[in-house]
Design a protein around this ligand. Structure first.
Ligand code: PLP
Length: 405
């Protein structure tokens, strides 16, 4: 499909709405993406025509729902170039996937063990590991960050040792947009025998990771950041880890046999999928992946790069405006502040002009502490945004600045 921005925008009904009397300019894509008609139709079709529980019924509807759900699993497998479909675990999202792995490691880690996190993480990729360390007495070490929003890899190398059991790092920072060198991080961790979990919540709408090439052990993401619905995501779990880690939750679907004396667990992926899953969400996740591939990741990257460059240049022209994490290796996220103005005030005023941005710490308080700020205004662009919308943002920020100084 040729990249026709108007045609793409027509796929997203919400982009036609007005907010406070102005056309909606949706620049909060790092929080959640908007949904194309193809995904909305998929959800309506499921509930209108074949809603049923899966993996358990012999009736036609159950069979149709099961087939569609397993088809979606295969789409995810293909999309991320995962060797086996059973290494794809449906989750409720990134947070769920990380907690699943952290919970499993509570049975593996010992007192003298160490785990490494990066300074650039979302709270979802910090708190579960802190809880794990409290439980196991393992030690949490932190890869420091540089002022430009990149990680200090020379310090990372110093942190690694034979005590390191697990490294967890995001692919792309939600607060700054930095693309982390996960290839190198994974290689160095594996060299000391540590496993690696990559938090791909922010990456999968911008890039298409090849998980076999990355040789990563765990990769997690959320469908809602990729034009899919909320409440569903995926955990890629390398087969050997899938066998090694204990189940996360007990219940229906995750068992082979249950007696009051003993229960045996199902094989992958069902071992980690207790209870009735988000069936419709899983199927719609597949539809979202189809949609993104139809638009094309190369085209998405080119367009978003253009938006990022233009917005960065225009915002930098505003006096007293600071962009945080201004590294060349980043995606279309711009976090900024204007000296003397609270980010919340800018966000509130520009909302009155129809512009949706996120303000605050973006669930990444350690990054805000590093820069000694309470938070930022974050504009995050998607492939359906336009240069005109960048202009609307810049003009609105200028107006807000005038009003607030
Ligand atoms: N990790 C990163 C980098 C994120 O940006 C987010 C959400 O913004 C999460 C984890 C948590 O994702 P979810 O709330 O979908 O579980």
């Amino acid at each position: 499909m040729a990249f026709d921005i108007q045609k793409i925008r027509n796929d997203f009904p919400i982009l036609k709405r007005q907010v406070n009397g102005y056309p909606l300019v949706y620049l909060d894509n790092a929080a959640t993406s908007q949904k194309p008609q193809a995904v909305i139709d998929c959800i309506v079709d499921y509930y209108s025509h074949y809603n049923a529980n899966i993996h358990r019924g012999v009736h036609t509807l159950s069979q149709e729902a099961t087939d569609a759900y397993e088809e979606a699993r295969k789409k995810i497998q293909k999309h991320f170039n995962i060797e086996n479909a059973y290494e794809v675990i449906f989750t409720a999202g990134t947070t769920h996937g990380i907690n699943l792995v952290a919970s499993g490691f509570s049975e593996i880690l010992r007192k003298a063990d160490e785990v490494i996190v990066s300074a650039l993480e979302h709270h979802s990729n910090i708190v579960p590991w802190q809880m794990l360390c409290e439980k196991t007495d393992a030690k949490l070490k932190v890869i420091p960050m540089n002022t430009d929003g990149t990680l200090d890899l020379s310090e990372y190398k110093k942190l690694l040792s034979e005590k390191t059991k697990l490294v967890f790092v995001n692919h792309i920072s939600n607060a700054l947009g930095t693309i982390n060198p996960i290839e190198e991080i994974i290689e160095k961790a594996h060299a000391v025998g540590a496993a690696v979990l990559v938090d791909g919540a922010q990456s999968c709408s911008h890039i298409k990771p090849d998980l076999q090439e990355l040789k990563v052990d765990f990769y997690v993401t959320s469908a809602h950041k990729m034009c899919g619905p909320t409440g569903v995501g995926m955990l890629y779990i390398k087969e050997e880890w899938g066998k090694k880690l204990p189940p996360y939750q007990g219940g229906g679907e995750m068992i082979k046999e249950v007696t009051f004396e003993r229960t045996t667990y199902a094989d992958l992926p069902h071992k980690f999928e207790a209870g009735t899953p988000n069936i419709c969400g899983g199927i719609a996740f597949g539809a979202a992946i189809d949609y993104l591939n139809e638009v094309g990741y190369e085209e998405i990257q080119q367009h978003e790069d253009e938006l990022l460059k233009y917005a960065t240049k225009k915002l930098k022209e505003i006096e007293l405006l600071t962009i945080y994490g201004d590294t060349p290796n980043k995606t279309s996220v711009i976090s900024f502040n204007i000296e003397g103005i609270h980010p919340y005030d800018i966000g509130t005023i520009i909302d009155k002009l129809g512009i949706a941005v996120r303000t605050g710490h973006h669930c990444a308080q350690p990054i805000m502490d590093f820069y000694k700020i309470p938070g930022t205004v974050r504009a995050s662009f998607a492939f359906y945004n336009t240069l005109e919308e960048v202009d609307a943002l810049v003009n609105a920020v200028k107006k807000a600045k005038l009003m607030l100084t």
